[in-house]
Design a protein around this ligand. Structure first.
Ligand code: DAH
Length: 343
């Protein structure tokens, strides 16, 4: 019987060694140590034995059980280590992998265009200025010769801020208030451009956005003429778009300039021949300009008899799209990486 017990122990230990997972080991454990296991049946047989033999056999069974239990314990520890290792391996974050797919970003198309415009104007001797996006009524309208109730206020679908007196603070509707701020802060001569974000109560469509970008130009010096304005815009146009694109001025109206003009450039798509984008006119409208109105000089305390100047302002976003032949302004601001990464 002792031999049977030893054989049973060996078989049990062999079974334990074959367990390859913790779950499998649990099944084997019940099989070799549970109530119905061979080792347990030996215990049941003890009752029928001589007291002496019962003692020996009993000890042998207990020893065998202890051995098998030890083997199960060791096997469990081993399998636990292996399972933990597998888990760690499967959950490992391979950081070198994300390095290989790492992509360097770049400036947004509008920022690139703004910087290019700045470069062109700096090359022509202009400085760069900035102003706040939240403006007072004075800077955005009043000082620009647009008093309250002036019909020109309706040119701008103004967004008002709930600040101070009602309608006293606006999100600037154009970059023209920077003209006033520059003149407040410095004495002529002034040769400055001011790019920035502007806001209007507009519904987004292919050619309008409630938030967009403009670049403002201001020159104040002695004896500035309309010819200087036309020449500056023409130099800018050929410099920015290349020699085949030219500018023209059309009479227009702005309260802060007199005379005022709209300035167009040859259509960059058909180079003046006439196409769908330019409405078959051969011209694209870029912005407004004119000679600084005497009332604007008076608002900042400049003597209009001494100083003269010109100003211009145009949209940057449309310009950015023109260069790349994109026809929907909204593309610029939906932040679809597939669109943005092309520029
Ligand atoms: N501020 C005008 C607008 O947003 C554009 C403009 C027109 C600016 C004439 C100027 C200018 O400086 O002289 O519609």
């Amino acid at each position: 019987m002792i031999d049977d017990i030893e054989l049973s122990q060996r078989q049990a230990m062999e079974r334990v060694e074959t367990a390859t997972t913790l779950e499998h080991l649990r099944e084997v454990e019940t099989e070799v140590l549970g109530k119905r296991s061979q080792l347990s049946t030996f215990k049941a047989l003890l009752r029928d034995l001589e007291p002496n033999e019962r003692k020996n056999v009993g000890r042998a069974v207990n020893a065998a059980r202890a051995e098998v239990e030890r083997a199960v314990g060791e096997r469990r520890a081993l399998l636990e280590r292996a399972e933990r290792r597998d888990q760690l391996e499967s959950e490992r974050l391979d950081l070198t992998e994300s390095l290989t797919s790492y992509r360097v970003g770049h400036h947004h198309l509008v920022t690139q265009t703004t910087e290019l415009l700045e470069d062109v104007f700096v090359g022509m001797g202009f400085t760069i200025a900035e102003g706040p996006e939240a403006e007072t009524d004075w800077y955005n309208f009043e000082a620009l010769n647009i008093p309250k109730a002036h019909p020109a206020r309706s040119m701008f679908d103004t967004l008002y801020l709930d600040l101070n007196e009602p309608e006293s603070t606006v999100l600037r509707t154009h970059t023209s208030p920077v003209q006033i701020r520059v003149m407040d802060a410095t004495e002529p001569p002034i040769y400055t451009v001011a790019p920035g974000r502007v806001f209007r109560r507009d519904t987004a469509d292919a050619s309008h956005m409630p938030v967009f970008h403009q670049i403002e130009g201001l020159v104040v010096d002695r004896g500035i003429t309309f010819g200087d304005l036309a020449g500056t815009l023409e130099s800018f146009t050929t410099e920015y778009f290349g020699g085949s694109i030219h500018s023209r001025l059309r009479p227009s109206y702005f309260p802060f300039t007199e005379p005022s003009a709209e300035f167009d450039i040859n259509c960059v798509f058909c180079e003046g021949a006439g196409c769908k984008t330019c409405g078959r006119t051969g011209w694209l409208e870029l912005g407004g300009c004119g000679l600084v109105h005497p009332n604007v000089f008076r608002a900042v305390g400049y003597d209009p008899e001494v100083w003269s100047g010109f100003a211009f302002g145009f949209g940057i976003d449309r310009l950015a799209l023109m260069r790349h032949g994109v026809d929907d302004l909204r593309e610029l601001f939906t932040n679809d990486i597939r669109f943005l990464e092309q520029f």
